[in-house]
Design a protein around this ligand. Structure first.
Ligand SMILES: [Zn+2]
Length: 363
């Protein structure tokens, strides 16, 4: 519970685990004496007259968790401790054609700079763009380099999913237990959370909202099918239709009320909303979170998406539905790498360094 939540009071732990307060007190007492959990230095220390309950966290001295996002044009690395406290982050933009060995070298330079020499590295979670199924070679190559250098467990996922996982853990979705997250960028990906768990599907391809078909006779998509959502609302398509070169330029055009920009964004919002409405009709989730660089164009997009969902969702699907923008900005993908590690209970957070390298070899 503390791995996933970061911190919690005994009462919160009792509710979440459905154990009695007495049992929780006993367990947390044992864990504290063993040095595995500690009183949070945050809210717990400012309690007055015992009215604010003491918060517990894992021991921050366990070491450092690293999240890495490789996007098409950027490497981002973030380091946290086991209590979810951010130690630092670094990011570098690069050309689209930058070869993988250089991207990896950048990530390794950042990791070496961010992990303090006295603190052990616990594990690395990283993401790459695109569907995981088609990228097994890249994933294995990157993981091998990290394992060879650091001898720690390494996990990987698609960037959009990692961003969704971060929003669910710390951002716009942290107070709900089911949501649809869609990341609007050059590609359109997403993550589905039901009953507090990410749903990856039978083949691990769930949440590909960008490849929902809107028109079987529509434009050819990157995936070779026709009429996918991404073929209409992928950022490069949007830019070329709107005659804008960047999200900033598109936002400026919207601010100036330019009809062409407004029409293009309204059309994109309507299509995104249609796909989300259909998903909501099927899944009846409580929340939709929109993320990715496209959302930086401002309210016009959110408004048109919302209108479209309300218009198309069936009955209960849109009743009380919460539609929000992502909150974590450009660190979302790298933060998701940390969340991936924290949620993976096969990765021990507190084990001797020698055992840790054995675990890395078997991973
Ligand atoms: Zn497609």
């Amino acid at each position: 519970m503390l791995r996933v939540r970061g911190s919690a009071s005994r009462a919160q732990l009792a509710v979440a685990t459905e154990l009695s307060r007495a049992t929780i007190s006993e367990i947390t007492g044992d864990l504290r004496r063993a040095g595995l959990i500690v009183r949070s230095k945050g809210a717990g220390s400012s309690r007055r007259a015992g009215r604010i309950p003491e918060l517990l966290t894992l021991n921050p001295d366990f070491g450092v968790i690293v999240g890495v996002e490789f996007s098409h044009t950027r490497v981002t690395v973030i380091a946290t401790d086991a209590t979810h406290r951010i130690i630092g982050s670094q990011t570098r933009d690069h050309d689209r054609e930058e070869p993988w060995p250089q991207r990896l070298a950048t990530a390794i330079r950042f990791i070496d700079a961010l992990v303090p020499s006295h603190a052990p590295l616990i594990a690395i979670g990283f993401g790459v763009p695109g569907a995981i199924a088609g990228r097994a070679d890249v994933l294995a190559g990157v993981a091998r380099q990290f394992i060879d250098r650091y001898s720690v467990p390494v996990r990987s996922e698609n960037n959009a999913r990692l961003a969704g996982l971060a929003e669910f853990s710390w951002g716009a979705g942290q107070d709900v237990n089911d949501l649809i997250y869609v990341r609007l960028s050059e590609g359109v990906g997403g993550l589905l959370i039901l009953d507090d768990e990410p749903r990856l599907g039978t083949t691990g391809a769930a949440g590909e909202f960008g490849h929902v078909c809107l028109d079987p006779n529509g434009p050819v998509c990157r995936c070779t099918n026709r009429g996918c959502l991404e073929a209409y609302v992928g950022l490069r398509t949007v830019f070329s239709r709107a005659g804008a070169e960047s999200v900033g330029a598109l936002r400026d055009a919207l601010d100036r009320d330019e009809p062409r920009a407004r029409a293009v964004v309204a059309d994109a919002g309507a299509r995104i909303g249609l796909v989300l409405a259909n998903a909501c009709s099927v899944l009846d989730v409580s929340s939709v979170v929109l993320g990715g660089p496209f959302i930086q164009v401002g309210d016009h997009l959110l408004r048109t998406v919302r209108q479209s969902i309300m218009r198309h969702a069936h009955g209960g699907g849109a009743d009380g539905l919460r539609i929000r923008l992502a909150e974590l900005g450009n660190l979302d993908g790298a933060l998701g790498g940390v969340a991936l590690v924290l949620r993976d209970h096969t990765i021990p957070l507190a084990i001797p360094a020698t055992k840790r390298s054995e675990e890395a070899r078997t991973a």
